[in-house]
Design a protein around this ligand. Structure first.
Ligand SMILES: Nc1ncnc2c1ncn2[C@@H]1O[C@H](COP(=O)(O)OP(=O)(O)O)[C@@H](O)[C@H]1O
Ligand SMILES: [Mg+2]
Length: 445
């Protein structure tokens, strides 16, 4: 054992991990290690975890860097995802600085914050100057700012992943190119194309704006031909392309979060079963109540997409499962995802730690599920009843074996339907957790 190894710590084993490659040419330079062939070799060995996939990671691996703890991670966006990323990464020894226009944003409360609009070039310039590596917590990053940051800073996720996932049509084409199915769709440029699409897919079908939609906004479920004109007029006002999708009569909605490092290592978290109310995520149930073969297949598809898109960092994959066991991808998000919040207590590594590991080029963490869990979202209207219960919430441990874990994001105003926090309800079985959630009456409609 070398002297350095005797001193122990993850940092030392990381440097030996990098140096263990006989071809490696790693040189330690402050907090940053440039890895060339070492990373390429890691990519070759690690990506063999994913069966049957063309390994494209090697080219990107040439420019992979390892950003060690002590370095500063810049985040575009300062919401709850940034906050939880900063909490996880701070525990690993990283520093964080977020760019967000809202003073005292959720992430700004636990990290430094530059208060400025996302398209403010001077602010982005400052972020680039103060951070060793840059990531983002939302996908609608201004293209000009993204290009500028790529030029001035290290953005391991690149701009292509953003370009693809910012636009539903580009995203669907990329998923198909990775050999994974999406719901049948067509591009809609005018009302005649919409009419033709409706004739092709039948009713109901879903018209969506190609960019800018979230929580069901920017969509119209067309149930009757009489709605065609109004649906087109309304969504066309957004001034973006439109896409029409066949309505999938899904049995369940699932999601899988995959992580990929610049060296090409890929790991997936266990599939979550998601229940939405009014298009906003209400519950994530893990393990998903589907056959294990379906869980494995969903995870395999997510890994395939991460590989096919050459993603770095997290990529969340939302899927529809039909009654005859078919899986269609609905959409992607190149960042931590609400349906992955369950990992914070239920997995050996949280999605936030995994994202930090991935963008910093560290080996990815173990994604094993430690316990069944149900994540329930706390929206504005749930905050008061939840806080009233805080003093007694641990009593649930008598029933569940372990107390539910409450996470709140520090948002100032508890607006109706606004995501304010979540509770991870751990239990011996997901049914016990679901029963507790119902009985609290906090989430009554
Ligand atoms: N093609 C479809 N068939 C059936 N349901 C759909 C379809 N597209 C969307 N939905 C429903 O609407 C929800 C929100 O749609 P999604 O495309 O994920 O947009 P958002 O960006 O708002 O999450 C989905 O979670 C699903 O419940
Ligand atoms: Mg969605």
């Amino acid at each position: 054992m070398s002297e350095a190894e005797k001193q122990g710590g993850g940092l030392v084993s990381l440097t030996s991990w990098l140096k263990s490659d006989p071809m490696g040419t790693c040189g330690v330079d402050g907090c940053e290690i440039e890895v060339g062939e070492a990373a390429e070799s890691a990519a070759k060995s690690e990506s063999s975890r994913v069966d049957g996939i063309d390994h494209k990671g090697q080219a990107a691996a040439k420019s992979a860097k390892v950003i060690l703890p002590g370095s500063t991670i810049g985040i575009l966006g300062g919401g709850q995802l940034g906050r939880m990323m900063a909490n996880a990464g701070s525990a690993m020894g990283y520093r964080f600085i977020a760019l967000d226009p809202t003073p005292d944003a959720p992430c700004g409360q636990v990290a430094e914050q530059i208060i400025a609009n996302y398209d403010d070039r001077d602010a982005a310039h400052e972020l680039a100057k103060r951070a060793d590596v840059i990531t983002y917590e939302f996908e609608n990053v201004d293209a000009g700012v993204a290009a500028m940051l790529m030029e001035e800073s290290y953005v391991p996720q690149g701009s292509e992943l953003l370009y693809t996932t910012q636009h539903r049509l580009r995203e669907k084409r990329a998923i198909e190119a990775a050999g994974v199915k999406v719901a049948p769709y067509c591009e809609v440029g005018n009302v005649d194309e919409l009419r033709a699409g409706v004739a092709q897919f039948g009713l109901p079908c879903v018209l969506k704006t190609a960019t800018g939609g979230y929580d069901g906004k920017g969509q119209w479920v067309i149930r009757d031909e009489a709605e065609i004109d109004e649906a087109f007029e309304t969504l066309n006002r957004a001034g973006t392309e439109l896409v029409l999708e066949q309505f999938i009569r899904f049995e369940k909605e699932l999601s899988v979060i995959a992580a990929r490092s610049p060296q090409g290592e890929i790991r997936t978290f266990p599939a979550a079963e998601n229940i939405h109310i009014d298009n906003i995520l209400h519950l994530s149930i893990v393990p998903a109540r589907v056959d294990e073969t379906v869980q494995r297949e969903a995870e395999r598809l997510a890994a395939r997409i991460a590989e096919g898109l050459g993603a770095v960092g997290l990529i969340a994959v939302e899927l529809f499962l039909t009654a005859d066991g078919e899986l269609f991808v609905n959409e992607l998000a190149p960042r931590p995802h609400n349906s992955g919040h369950y990992t914070m207590e239920a997995c050996r590594t949280s999605q936030f730690e995994q994202h930090v590991r991935a963008v910093c080029g560290l080996p990815l963490g173990d994604t094993a599920l430690l316990t069944p869990v149900v994540m329930v979202n706390v929206l504005g209207e749930h905050v008061e009843p939840l806080l009233e219960r805080m003093a007694v919430i641990d009593e649930a441990a008598d029933r569940l074996g372990v107390a539910p874990k409450v996470h709140l994001y520090g948002k100032h105003e508890a607006k109706h339907k606004r995501k304010m926090g979540h509770v991870n309800v751990l239990a011996a079985q997901v049914d016990d957790a679901l029963a507790w959630i119902t009985e609290t009456n906090i989430w009554r409609a």
